[in-house]
Design a protein around this ligand. Structure first.
Ligand SMILES: [Zn+2]
Length: 379
């Protein structure tokens, strides 16, 4: 939040910020607790509470037992006061998540929808979103839509600069805006997922985030709870690190990129992936599947080692494969620390198990974070 302390209204904004931040973190507090923790005067605290009550962001909870005198009541933050929508656009599907201000997923849907560069495609996505909103939340409470896209997005996020998966260049966001009835923004899918993971974990500030998608590997770097974007918005494009110069052809033109070595399709052998069947074959000791998984884990370890060497942070893996990888976490860890340069190192390789759809949820959470920093004071 930008605050100029030179005038009274800015001071009022700072007071509101203190009160709303406290209550947002705690969920509920008494007036006296807010006063003590904010260091503000009683009348200022009352004014701030009143402000957010009138807007509908705070409500009065139950009265607590009193040790004499008037019973104190709890002031509560209404996490369902606003919602944000995240959409992940994939080649064969779209994933949609509606998140509340606490970062809880209120509703989600995965729908089969083959990607094409057309108005009809965007309109179809718009219809699914409208339906999901209408069935689950008050449309008036929806702040907007953040699209998590598998491609590079300009620094000002007004343009998809390149998507190798979809063969797209320089697509302006205006093409999207016309087809949706809510404010719409766009973000690189891996940035959204990385941001979401750090947003949800109070103890995590820095991470390299690796998303395993059907067709490849996408990555992001989150430093001090903010996405690190680099000079042109491309930071974290780990998917095109070459792991095997004799490997399979990647969509970028090079052979053996991390993306082709570790996509979901590299295991299932099909772009229309079925992980359940693949891991059932592994469980039944199907030799081909077991060997494919062993090679996959070696490649994944190689990529993780590179990413860690570049940023010296923990590494988190997300995507639909993660619940299946949980069983092989020790094997993966062992393979990473077999690299001689990492032998004496210690860092965490986390699996993002909190989310079914890290990209769409993370995208929505970017709207939530911005709202709590700015929007709640200006609407
Ligand atoms: Zn590549």
């Amino acid at each position: 939040m930008d605050i100029n302390l030179g005038n009274t209204s800015s001071l009022r904004l700072l007071n509101l910020y203190k009160v709303v931040s406290l209550l947002y973190q705690a969920g509920s507090m008494t007036q006296a607790q807010i006063k003590t923790e904010s260091g503000l005067s009683g009348p200022t605290v009352i004014q701030c509470i009143q402000h957010f009550k009138e807007k509908g962001a705070f409500y009065e909870g139950k009265a607590l037992a009193s040790s004499g005198g008037r019973k104190p009541t709890l002031i509560c933050f209404d996490y369902n006061y606003r919602y944000a929508v995240g959409v992940e656009i994939r080649r064969h599907h779209v994933d949609i998540s509606i998140m509340n201000l606490k970062g809880e997923c209120i509703a989600s849907r995965t729908e089969r929808l083959i990607f094409e560069q057309s108005r009809e495609h965007l309109q179809a996505i718009g219809r699914i979103i409208d339906e999901l909103i209408a069935q689950n939340v008050d449309p008036k409470k929806v702040l907007g839509i953040m699209v998590a896209f598998p491609g590079e997005v300009s620094l000002d996020r007004s343009e998809i600069t390149r998507s190798t998966i979809f063969g797209m260049h320089s697509v302006n966001l205006d093409r999207f805006k016309k087809e949706f009835r809510y404010p719409i923004m766009i973000e690189n899918g891996a940035n959204a997922a990385g941001f979401g993971a750090v947003f949800k974990d109070k103890n995590l500030a820095d991470t390299v985030y690796i998303v395993v998608t059907d067709n490849g590997i996408a990555g992001s770097v989150v430093i001090n709870k903010k996405v690190y974007r680099g000079n042109s918005g491309k930071a974290g494009a780990f998917g095109h690190i070459q792991l095997d110069s004799n490997g399979r052809q990647c969509s970028c033109g090079q052979k053996g990129c991390w993306s082709v070595c570790c996509s979901v399709a590299s295991l299932t052998g099909d772009e229309d992936t079925n992980l359940k069947d693949f891991f059932a074959r592994v469980d039944n000791h199907d030799e081909e599947a077991v060997n494919a998984l062993d090679q996959y884990i070696k490649y994944m370890a190689q990529g993780i080692a590179c990413a860690h060497l570049a940023f010296d942070t923990d590494v988190m893996i997300g995507g639909k494969i993660v619940p299946y990888l949980e069983k092989y976490q020790d094997q993966l860890r062992k393979a990473v620390f077999e690299y001689s340069v990492l032998k004496d190192e210690s860092f965490n390789i986390n699996l993002d198990l909190t989310s079914n759809s890290p990209m769409s949820e993370g995208a929505a959470l970017m709207i939530v974070a911005d709202y709590m920093e700015n929007g709640i004071f200006t609407e």
